[in-house]
Write a protein that binds this ligand. Structure first.
Ligand code: 5GP
Length: 111
């Protein structure tokens, strides 16, 4: 089944794209939980962090680099959080690997 993020990558669904290369796309979250809430998404469909294999490590490296770069671009480099929800119990709703990059406010554990 095609994931929502694949549809965004193929431009079948609109999104506010803030970064893109051959491996990664980053967009603004449609329902932000902080003043800055970006989603850093692998173009390869990997179900979740738990399904990453060694072959995927270059993609993960790139995703981390993009998080750093966007943290600077969005002026949150002095305080941000990277989250990836894994599975239903963690609240993962889209089965396509993505990191939430959150910042721009004093982040609590209960946000
Ligand atoms: P998850 O719950 O899988 O960890 O994260 C999925 C995220 O995707 C949620 O934070 C949700 O707000 C966001 N999201 C869901 N649908 C859309 C959409 O159509 N566009 C964008 N930009 N974000 C979406």
């Amino acid at each position: 089944m095609t994931t929502l993020f694949e549809k965004i990558i193929k431009r079948e669904i609109k999104a506010d794209i803030v970064y893109e290369d051959d491996q990664v796309i980053a967009i603004k979250d449609i329902c932000p939980k902080a003043p800055v809430h970006l989603l850093i998404i692998s173009k390869k469909v990997i179900e979740s962090f738990q399904k990453i294999t060694k072959n995927d490590f270059p993609i993960i490296n790139k995703m981390m680099e993009v998080c750093q770069k966007l943290a600077v671009e969005f002026a949150i480099e002095n305080g941000y959080r990277i989250i990836t929800n894994v599975g239903k119990n963690a609240g993962q709703t889209i089965l396509h690997l993505h990191f939430h990059l959150l910042g721009g406010k004093d982040l609590k554990w209960d946000f």
